[in-house]
Design a protein around this ligand. Sequence first.
Ligand code: PLP
Length: 324
Amino acid sequence: MSLHINARTNSIVDLIGNTPLLRLRTVEQRAFGLTPNRLGGEDAPVEIWAKCEFQNPGGSVKDRAAKQIVMDALESGALTKDKILIDSTSGNTGVAYSMIGAALGLRVALVMPANVSMARKNITQAYGTEIIYSSELEGSDGAIRLVRKLVAEQPDKYFFPDQYGNAANPRAHYLGTGSEIIEALGDRVTHFTTGIGTTGTVIGTGRRLKEFNSNIEIIAIEPDDSLHGLEGLKHLPSSIVPAIWRPDGVIDRMLPMPTDEAWDAAERLVKEEGIFVGHSAGANVAGACQVAKEAGPGAVVVTVLPDRGDRYFQPMKWERHYAW
Ligand SMILES: Cc1ncc(COP(=O)(O)O)c(C=O)c1O
């Protein structure tokens, strides 16, 4: 179940989804070489809309996937109150599992490298999540190996959701994000573009939009290099390809995104629109701008703002800037 504004509920889990769509006027103006001006100025001949996923109660787009994964697992019996939901994420998915676990009375454990930022540990622990540390020398791969070992040793104790291979992840976006975009903009949408991490957002939303109108173009944004500073995003050629990545019939093309361009877009968003979001949101908006420019007048481009910027006061990998 998800709710509309002004609805009442008794679980925070019901507040996941139904995020607002926000029009990015200065980004539209910039795409067409007009002077960015919130209070007037010339309108660009395109529309760029962003789904405000940072408004989910756990602070990110990953609330949607985590909720669907947990709900499906409870329904199938793969997850019960006697089991511990365990995963190896220190990022937004970890926060989402922690929030949903606390709200539904389910135990959650997260495996993370010992050197992960204090903020990540503090946020997930605040919800009552148990943290199991893996070697800081082995990074996120070490955390993945440890979680697999723990689950293999005691399969009855744990539920391992595997967001990279779990069909509930794209389904959350098929049922939610995609349907909500259709409800808000309907036939007017011409393009949808967003960055790929697990790929759940682009595959699920893209599939729903293609079913609605096969002319809507779906563009997947990926970092242009294996060494990048776009937290949450994956460079597929140098990564383990997620099992849910099924691009046939959904993805029309890939758009490579340099880290600097994405960071610059994120900085402009906070200064020119008052929207303080993370760097994957910067990547998405820079990508949407490029797509709108290439498509030309009449384009209605939709993208996603996955999380807020204050989650990155302690940058994890890319340290071009320490403060905003
Ligand atoms: C900040 C951020 N942006 C984008 C993504 C990518 O979303 P998806 O995993 O649905 O591809 C993630 C996923 O973890 C994320 O945390």
